[in-house]
Design a protein around this ligand. Sequence first.
Ligand code: CP
Ligand code: NVA
Length: 299
Amino acid sequence: MRPVRHFLEVDDLTAAELAKVLELSADPSPTLVLEGKGMALLFEKPSARTRHSMEMAVVQLGGHPVSIAGGEVGIDKRESAEDIARTLACFHAAIGARVFDHGLVERMAAVSPVSVVNMLSDQAHPLQALGDLLTVTQEFGPISGRRIAFVGDANNVSRSLAIGAGMAGAEFVLSGPPGYHFSSADIDRISAAGGTAEFVDDPVEAVADAHVVYTDVWVSMGEEDQAPEKMEAFAGYIVDEALMARADPDAIFLHCLPARPGLEATEGVLYGPQSRIWQQAENRMHAARGLLTFLLGMT
Ligand code: CP
Ligand code: NVA
């Protein structure tokens, strides 16, 4: 029997497997790897795109998604994270989890006899990175050699994207205020994945020649207590029309969403001609389908 594969961060795949997942994501007639089976989707935090893209990907693969709020199962209160994973595996062919603490998905994966998929933690958002890379391929063809400038926080979204971009051969640069760079452990992991973890304070310098300008909220779910200091620190890092004009003329704008129009990006950029945010949102479903086809079918 082949070993169970989990997906907690993009580098749980090899570079060749990532390319395969992106290829499978574009397949309109996937193998029905979940026919007659279920997938449990556990959410400790709110979600629109992740829940709907995962539920529909499961349906498209012939399966039945069951979404559960964290409070329903009482993670580490009513029952340990390990016993929740063991229980869900009695009924489901795979488990997805969106958690505050990345350690929870690691603990679930450590005991789960079925694949565990990280649907966002404080550390990583690998499903988002898959959808983002799929969007880049749709726009530009090969990802290799493209430059992705992330103007914003060193957070779950930028970390996973930096790893995935590195694996796919793209240049990645992060621009934010001093003190908001990736940790040295992150930099080591991005480098090990084949990526660059360039950091520049100046967003104009960061977006020069960029094919993709990306941003996310400055205050992620679970760190609301840091809002006052982060709002002040990131004030000069809004992605506006003037900043987009400094990127490559064919550059696209991406945002994982949900957005705060007028804070991290202007309405003109979010909803303007260079924006691909809805294509990017839809790609979450295609990428989820590609990943599940790979993990469960191992084609
Ligand atoms: N981008 C993303 O993960 O969106 P949701 O939080 O709505 O799932
Ligand atoms: N960085 C954001 C992403 C939301 C999809 C957060 O964690 O809240």
